[in-house]
Design a protein around this ligand. Structure first.
Ligand code: SAH
Length: 194
């Protein structure tokens, strides 16, 4: 594993994320929305995650800036990054499939929204956000630069803090007791632990 190979792995991860998301993004446009909480806070948090996971690392790979934050590449960390990247993509793909037509990029309740409680959702309430944490961890392993490597963790952290409480409140408002009992038997991102 070389630094160049690690950079290619990171880039392929971004491309794969886009390819997996695209059909759901397209389909979502055709499904009506019955309630929305697309607030300014949520938009800013979404932008922060995009900047941390894509803009800053892509800029770093294209320009080498900020070079002062570089540290020597370690092949073992690169391999760990590849492994975590594969786990991220598998989890991202599976959560998108299982959430199906109920998915939204923001906080929204779709027409005929069904509460998904099976598959991955049987164990955790936010497997897609778990996958984003893995993505950020893979980025930290793959890019030997303190800024570009760690920006994903900051971006996902901001999205997570801004999003999860509001999302759960929205789901509880819409699904009531059904969501409360679902929440009582599942973890947020790690089964049984958190
Ligand atoms: N937090 C989830 C979903 C992310 S997409 C995850 O990480 O896997 C965000 C949208 O998914 C929210 O607007 C909400 O409408 C919807 N959603 C979240 N949990 C859901 C569930 N268990 N069943 C159906 N829709 C859900």
């Amino acid at each position: 594993m070389t630094a160049t190979f690690a950079a290619i792995v990171w880039t392929l991860g971004l491309v794969a994320w886009f390819v997996i998301r695209l059909p759901y993004q397209r389909r979502a446009r055709r499904i009506g929305i019955s309630a929305t909480q697309r607030t300014l806070t949520d938009r800013l948090a979404l932008a922060a995650s995009g900047i941390g996971l894509a803009v800053i690392p892509a800029f770093y790979l294209a320009t080498g800036i900020p070079a002062a934050a570089d540290y020597p590449f370690q092949p073992l960390l690169g391999w760990c990054g590849l492994l975590v990247q594969v786990l991220f993509l598998a989890l991202f793909y599976a959560s998108h499939r299982q959430l199906g037509r109920n998915w939204s990029v923001s906080l929204e309740i779709r027409n005929d929204h069904r509460l998904v409680t099976d598959g991955l959702y049987r164990y955790v309430r936010h497997p897609m956000y778990s996958s984003f944490w893995l993505w950020a961890i893979a980025q930290a392993f793959l890019l030997p630069n303190w800024v570009a490597g760690l920006s994903g963790l900051v971006g996902v952290g901001i999205l997570f803090l801004a999003r999860v409480g509001a999302e759960e409140a929205m789901m509880e408002k819409h699904f009531g007791e059904q969501y409360r009992s679902y929440a009582a038997r599942t973890g947020r991102v790690i089964p049984r632990i958190f």
